[in-house]
Design a binder for this molecule. Structure first.
Ligand code: SF4
Ligand code: SF4
Length: 452
């Protein structure tokens, strides 16, 4: 039997024709180049959106074989989608990247060194299983308490050591109990609810996520308190968990689809909702793609409905207002580090800033190039540490220049990266990192809105 042509899998084209068509729409104008963090760092064409689209097109047309030569430029891409916003032709770069990575995965996976293969397998399996993640968080809490983490971190390379030492305190059993006390079971084991404070204005779903639930439970707690205080009954369906964004962005499309199906079915079971609220920019952007991702599956309709209902917390609050709740004073100076996927994927730019400016006593100082990626980008800071740390150092210089004592974030990946940045820049003890929900919960508590 004849060997398949490069760029094909037997008779099948290597990439679907619609991917090729989309890549062909790039007119090579270069308007996207300066928006691209990796191009700005390197000045190399293959580290630019235009260069990467050329690589994807070459793969689609069979001029380039699937392998390291094609994977390298795509691996160095943050997937931040800043290029999408800059592109006058409206190229859907995020979708092109996702499609190319999924097609390349079978060819590149066996060539990764075995520790990387094992790490990826374990990592992706973990985030898909909330109980395992919670168990790991409990282990982390124990190692933080006993000092074992500090001792073990000393053996790690610098960037991993900084990330390990900058991890937030893992949720304590007391915090988990506090969370569980808030939840009232829904009939038939469908999930849980948190009643609205005062008159119920809306019934909303809440996406607990994976890393948020395991590591940033305090952010989830703050989020549901803000929602309840502003007149929302909050529903958390049983079976809702990791959105699958990390999997799909890393080329593990089938795993991502399985998680999306599970979430779509879970939210469909809990009855009518006015919205489904996210507090993670990356997860929200991904859930809003569920309609496309689940097309042709039994959950296609439920996925499309969930995508339509999905709202970032900040967008939702600006849309519906705070009801009877009032924001009280939170004195201090903050700067805002936007999540790339919240801005470039969901188009949510003004809302977090609007909410921060509405808090009495809080001064928002914009940092230069706030919209440039911090280098977190899912697992990018683990797979591409040199570029991730170069971008982080640049970001921390911008943070320092604002004189802010708090960096406000809207995504767990950015949260972890900024914590590492604070540590790396020697700003520990002087600069805090807080999620927008935590700041809002504090302001609602200060305004006697029962927000915290
Ligand atoms: S701005 Fe758009 S059309 Fe122009 S080179 Fe970049 S991706 Fe291609
Ligand atoms: S997604 Fe970000 S890193 Fe990748 S090409 Fe676009 S701007 Fe550059």
């Amino acid at each position: 039997m004849a060997a398949p042509e490069p760029g094909t899998r037997g008779a099948e084209p290597f990439l679907p024709p619609e991917v090729q068509d989309e890549a062909l729409r790039c007119v090579r104008c270069g308007f996207c180049l300066q928006s691209c963090p990796t191009y700005r760092q390197t000045g190399i064409e293959t580290a630019s959106p235009r260069g990467r689209i050329a690589v994807i097109l070459a793969l689609a047309e069979g001029r380039l074989s699937p392998g390291p030569e094609a994977a390298g430029p795509l691996d160095l891409c943050l997937g931040c989608r800043a290029c999408e916003v800059a592109c006058p032709s409206g190229i859907r770069y995020g979708w092109l990247l996702e499609s190319a990575r999924a097609a390349l995965e079978p060819a590149v996976a066996p060539r990764r060194p075995w520790p990387v293969r094992l790490g990826r397998r374990l990592g992706f399996a973990l985030v898909a299983r909330p109980r395992w993640l919670r168990g790991l968080a409990a282990l982390l809490a124990a190692t933080q308490k006993t000092g074992l983490l500090r001792a073990a971190a000393a053996l790690l390379p610098r960037h991993l050591r900084e990330m390990a030492l900058a991890l937030p305190p893992a949720p304590t059993p007391a915090l988990r109990r506090q969370w569980r006390r808030l939840l009232e079971p829904l009939p038939g084991g469908q999930g849980w609810r948190i009643p609205a404070v005062g008159t119920r204005r809306y019934r909303v779903g809440f996406f607990p996520g994976c890393v948020m639930d395991a590591l940033f439970l305090s952010v989830n707690l703050a989020t549901v308190r803000v929602l309840a205080a502003t007149g929302c009954e909050v529903v958390i369906p049983a079976g809702a968990g990791c959105c699958g964004a990390l999997h799909v962005h890393a080329g593990l499309r089938e795993e991502g689809i399985a998680l999306a199906r599970q979430n779509a079915a879970a939210f469909a079971r809990v009855g009518p909702l006015d919205a489904v609220i996210q507090n993670a920019g990356g997860c929200g952007a991904h859930v809003q793609e569920y309609g496309r991702l689940l097309a042709g599956t039994p959950e296609a309709e439920a996925g499309a409905a969930l995508a339509r209902l999905s709202r970032d917390l900040s967008r939702w609050l600006v849309e519906v207002g705070l009801g009877a709740a009032r924001l009280g004073p939170v004195p201090g100076k903050v700067t805002y580090q936007p999540s790339c996927h919240l801005e470039n994927g969901q188009g949510v730019r003004a809302e977090p800033r609007q909410l921060l400016r509405a808090i009495p006593g809080l001064e928002l100082v914009e940092m230069a190039d706030a919209d440039r990626c911090c280098g977190s980008a899912g697992i990018y800071n683990l797979t591409q540490p040199a570029m991730a740390m170069a971008l982080l150092d640049e970001k921390m210089a911008r943070v320092r220049a604002t004189g802010a004592e708090t960096v406000v974030v809207t995504n767990p990946g950015c949260h972890l990266q900024m914590l590492a940045g604070v540590h790396r820049a020697g700003l520990a003890g002087r600069v805090r990192v807080r999620h927008l929900a935590e700041v809002l919960a504090g302001a609602l508590a200060a305004g006697n809105g029962a927000g915290a």
